[in-house]
Design a protein around this ligand. Structure first.
Ligand code: HGY
Ligand code: MN
Ligand code: MN
Length: 422
């Protein structure tokens, strides 16, 4: 049976309440920005709050071995489950829609389907992913990689936060056992769908309601360490210094310049710089900076990364410095499942919505899920194209159409006899 997405009852008031209530957990009162790093007390507070909402909706819940939260609506038939959801963690000073809106939308969609059609044929699960941003450990889609079984042995002991705490230690402090990480792997999944804010300005600028994501950008994240010679700021003449800051500054300017010269959609970002010893009157001996490099085209991404690596080596040699690179993430562009793109587009059309097929310059858990099972993503607009900032906002009247499309696609996958995810 073909479902008219506009006939589903979506509770917009409850949606807005959930956005605001979860959006208050981990909020900085000075800025309104959110910080929910994985395994921190506020992260746990947020997970517990969502768990209560899932249970109020009648779903059975569980936390898996890495702290992903699952809410399950049992299907009438045995077999693989249909998953939907997004991540509960945030970047530092983040907004209340990135990740969270996918969780709220999944819950609203499942509740609307349950109310209208009762028990699904296939089990429907909402997945609240523990860590997508890598904001605390630069952990490369930690939660989603655990679900597909792609966490390397020993990785939890290697990755550290800025205080030097390993993921393994943080897991134990939060009540999880790193030795059980492999138990988080799922092998009984039919499909994954994720609703997310666009985080860019295309949909709003073009007056569109829905984005259907065809490709998720290629993405390299690294820390560059520049070693020089620590010296006195007053007595060391400029011409004999081996100044790590002078080298790092030249490298940073060059990296940003390469992306500017390559033009859209290529991007390069230096989000953090640290200097040691970090005193006003000391020439730093070590400067480290993070580099986030992206392009939706693999060849362009290779040019960007290659040019930057070559320059950093040449600049260090010229200035008598040593340069090292620590890679946190190195991912090629990822196409999402065509059959699920078609399904989302079909539902958006059926709902009378204006939609377009588009790439995502943001990384998402869907790029990990699609390694193992059919996966699709839909976007709702971001006001002013802003995200990763407390200014992040999507008016509820632009959220509800996305929930309708998500619900209608989930209906096809989990209720309709024809629902084959492709
Ligand atoms: O950085 C990203 O694109 C995503 O928010 N993790
Ligand atoms: Mn994000
Ligand atoms: Mn996100």
């Amino acid at each position: 049976m073909d479902l008219d997405p506009n006939r589903l009852l979506i509770d917009a008031d409850e949606l807005q309440r959930h956005i605001d209530e979860l959006g208050a957990i981990g909020q900085d009162p000075r800025t309104g920005g959110l910080w929910r790093g994985v395994y921190t007390p506020v992260w746990r507070q947020a997970v517990d709050q969502v768990r209560r909402w899932l249970e109020e909706a009648g779903l059975s819940t569980r936390l898996d071995a890495v702290g992903n939260l699952w809410g399950r609506l049992e299907g009438s038939e045995p077999g693989p489950a249909v998953l939907t959801g997004s991540h509960v963690d945030t970047v530092p000073q983040g907004g209340k829609y990135d990740g969270a809106l996918g969780i709220h939308a999944s819950l609203a969609a499942v509740k609307a389907l349950q109310q209208a059609f009762g028990q699904p044929r296939r089990s429907l699960e909402i997945l609240v992913i523990c860590d997508e941003e890598g904001g605390r450990f630069r952990s490369d889609f930690w939660g989603a990689r655990a679900v597909i079984g792609a966490i390397r042995p020993g990785e939890a002991e290697e990755r550290r936060d800025l205080e030097g705490v390993t993921i393994a230690e943080a897991m134990r402090q939060a009540g999880f056992d790193p030795a059980r990480i492999p138990e988080a792997r799922r092998d009984d999944v039919a499909a994954w769908l994720e609703l997310h804010i666009e985080q860019g300005g295309t949909l709003e600028a073009e007056g569109l309601d829905i984005g259907v994501v065809h490709t998720i950008t290629g993405h390299r994240q690294q820390r560059v360490r520049v070693y020089g010679r620590q010296d006195h700021a007053g007595t060391t003449p400029m011409d004999i210094r081996r100044d790590a800051m002078a080298g790092a500054a030249e490298m940073i300017q060059h990296a940003l310049g390469v992306a500017e010269r390559m033009g859209r959609p290529t991007v390069a970002t230096v989000g953090r710089v640290d200097a040691e010893p970090g005193a006003t009157n000391v020439v730093p001996g070590l400067v480290s900076f993070t580099l986030d490099l992206r392009d939706a085209d693999a060849a362009r991404l290779a040019v960007l990364c290659g040019e930057i690596d070559r320059f950093n080596t040449e600049c260090a040699a010229r200035r008598g410095l040593r340069v090292e690179r620590e890679l946190f993430m190195d991912r090629m562009p990822v196409p999402l499942t065509p059959a699920l793109q078609d399904l989302l587009a079909q539902q958006a059309t059926r709902a009378g919505l204006r939609w377009k097929s588009m790439p995502s310059m943001a990384g998402h858990d869907s790029e990990i899920m699609v390694e193992r099972w059919p996966s699709g993503m839909l976007f709702v607009p971001s006001h002013d194209g802003r995200s990763h900032t407390p200014a992040e906002f999507t008016p509820i009247e632009q959220v509800v159409p996305g929930v309708r499309v998500l619900a209608a696609a989930l209906y096809q996958l989990a209720y309709s006899p024809a629902g084959s995810p492709g």
